[in-house]
Design a protein around this ligand. Structure first.
Ligand code: ATP
Ligand code: MG
Length: 586
């Protein structure tokens, strides 16, 4: 039997390949991580619960959970909670919510693969004692200044600490006393000794990295049990090994940490603390996105300085912010798929994210009409108090989504920009009659053809209303409609039936594509027009919009009913994005 290549490919689109997938596939072929009762691919997503997740984390989540999904593996959610001062349950909760919302789960076969590095504190401590006993770690009692000076730098090798060769028994005793609370913060520190000459390693992170420090601090999960806390670089490889992680994926800045990672898991596997094969670390480039800051410190500053309304402000690149803005989980997954995974450092243009968003929303979002900058249109020859029901497809390409209907009445709202007293060349919307020309004929979309007869102005010269007459036999969808040839097709809503609603028009938060590059202060490149709030008139059916329901407002873009501020029968809308790209490189 022959298989049509094209149709086979269409039936099962292969996830686009990348270097990580290539490694996983070659490991699967070689059986590298084959172990009894365990999947051959186990990844993890390891956030520190010290802030809200952002779109960069979404890349990492889609990568780690995506690999597990595609290779019948598992992905653990692990909180890397080794910094008691900065961490909080609030962050744990939002991180779990965000991962779930993105469409992933750490539950498999009825088992929760949810872990906390703090659950390993006892084991981590036990392993530290083992390393001391084996001569692989020692307590350093230098001052912080001496320690920093003796570390050397990229061009100068480090100098051994005078405490480096203190007897094992002495290190062990001090370490136990550190744990017992006999010392103040910073008095001693436990350091690794990977090799005799490690302090002159060209890789700075090999120069006797710190394993434990004293911190008399309350931990959000372990309370006051500990006053020494393990360092991230020590905790992470061990957590990976304890969880039988196969492929430990991290961002490029950890490349230099890999020799220590490998040494640590290897040394402890020799000590019988875990089985081989041990996990392997692979690095990929982090996401940098134009017009966005992603450092947790800067995001926090935006919140603390009230530049935005909170972590979930729709202008924030946080996952809660993107969600509130109206992004879908699918659009973020699509974005992650499109940007791929590589080792090349670079910037992703905001238009790539917006493109994924539009491509996801276009086929799903029902259409609706909204008038954002209203101008009254009066149909002088239409009877007062009457209405004609008009209808339109919910989606132009998906008849199965049904029809929507809305009334045509004597007074309507149109966009201000749809009328020009003195038209410019090529303007096909409303223009008044002149001495030698009748007023413009325009179709009110899904309604009637009307002809402009005049307009009203107030004492300041502002146009307050446009007058038209309608042609009764010109209704869209009736045979008479074809008798009228018009160039303009204009959106409108009935003034007496429209839903008046608050609509928030969001734009980029920064006016500079690289808001924090080159030592710039991101506060200086804030876009003052990042939010405009208007009172708009919407198609009446939108009254029943549910929070987080998304629509395309014809001409204007995609909008979502705000999940926080919408009330039953009184939705508030956020602009998710405009219809066309305005982000591309200029
Ligand atoms: P911190 O400076 O607090 O460590 P972080 O952004 O690295 O900040 P983590 O909570 O440690 O935050 O990140 C969890 C995971 O997300 C890590 O594996 C990290 O590599 C990954 N990650 C963070 N930022 C990005 C990014 N911009 N692109 C891709 N992955 C990222
Ligand atoms: Mg980190």
């Amino acid at each position: 039997m022959s298989i049509d290549k094209n149709s086979a490919a269409a039936a099962a689109p292969a996830p686009s390949s990348n270097f990580v997938r290539a490694i996983v596939e070659s490991d699967l072929a070689a059986g590298t991580h084959k172990r009894e009762g365990l999947p051959s691919v186990i990844t993890r997503f390891p956030p520190e619960p010290n802030g809200y997740l952002h779109v960069g984390h979404a890349k990492s989540i889609c990568l780690n959970f995506g690999l597990a999904r595609d290779y019948q593996g598992r992905c653990n959610l692990r909180f890397d909670d080794t910094n008691p001062e900065k961490e909080d349950q609030e962050y744990v909760d939002t991180i779990m919510d965000s991962v779930k919302w993105l469409g992933f789960s750490w539950e498999q076969g009825g088992q929760e693969h949810l872990h906390y590095a703090s659950d390993y504190f006892d084991q981590l401590y036990e392993m530290a004692e083992y390393l001391i006993e084996k001569g692989y770690a020692y307590v350093d009692s230098q001052s912080a200044e001496d320690m920093s000076r003796n570390r050397g730098n990229f061009s100068t090798p480090g100098t051994n600490s005078p405490f480096r060769n203190r007897p094992v028994e002495e290190s062990l005793q001090i370490f136990r006393d550190m744990k017992a609370g006999k010392y103040k913060d910073g008095e001693h520190i436990l350091r690794a000794k990977m090799s005799e000459d490690a302090m002159s390693s060209p890789i700075m992170t090999n120069r006797d990295p710190a394993l434990y420090r004293i911190r008399h601090a309350h931990h959000h999960r372990t309370g006051d049990k500990w006053c020494i806390y393990p360092m991230y670089d020590y905790t992470h490889p061990i957590s990976d090994a304890l969880e039988n992680i196969t492929h430990s994926l991290c961002t490029l800045e950890f490349q230099d940490h890999r020799p220590f990672y490998d040494w640590l898991v290897d040394t402890l596997a020799d000590g019988g603390f875990f089985q081989r094969p041990v996990p392997r670390q692979y690095e990929f480039s982090r996401l940098n996105l134009t017009y966005v800051v992603m450092s947790k410190r800067k995001l926090r500053a935006l919140v603390d300085e009230k530049i935005v309304t909170g972590w979930d402000d729709p202008r924030m690149p946080t996952i809660v912010g993107l969600r509130r803005r109206g992004y879908t989980p699918e659009s973020l997954q699509l974005f992650a798929e499109r940007i791929g995974v590589s080792k090349a450092d670079g910037w992703i243009d905001m238009s790539t994210l917006k493109g994924a968003l539009r491509d996801d929303l276009d086929p799903k979002a029902p259409r609706a009409i909204a008038v954002l900058r209203p101008l009254k249109l009066i149909v002088d020859n239409f009877p007062e108090g009457e209405l004609v029901e008009c209808s339109a497809p919910a989606h132009p390409h998906h008849p199965e989504m049904g029809q929507r209907s809305f009334p045509f009445t004597k007074e309507l709202w149109i966009e201000q920009e749809d009328f020009m007293e003195v038209p410019t060349k090529g303007y096909h919307r409303f223009t008044p009659p002149t001495a030698d020309k009748p007023g413009a004929r325009v179709r009110l979309k899904y309604g009637f053809v009307v002809e402009c007869t005049g307009y009203d102005k107030d004492e300041n010269g502002n146009v307050t209303a446009v007058h038209v007459n309608y042609f009764e036999d010109s209704k869209s969808g009736t045979p008479g409609a074809d008798n009228y040839k018009v160039k303009g097709n204009i959106t409108w809503v009935s003034a007496s039936h429209a839903l008046e609603a608050e609509v928030r028009l969001y734009d980029r938060l920064f006016s500079d594509p690289n808001p924090d590059a080159g030592g710039k202060d991101f506060r200086e490149v804030l876009n003052p027009n990042a939010l405009e709030t208007v009172t708009a008139y919407l198609e009446p059916g939108l009254r029943n919009a549910e929070p987080e329901q998304r629509f395309q407002f014809e001409r204007h873009g995609y909008f979502v009913a705000d999940r926080v501020d919408s009330q039953p029968g009184k939705p508030v809308f956020n602009r998710v994005t405009t219809l066309k790209d305005s982000w591309g490189a200029k």
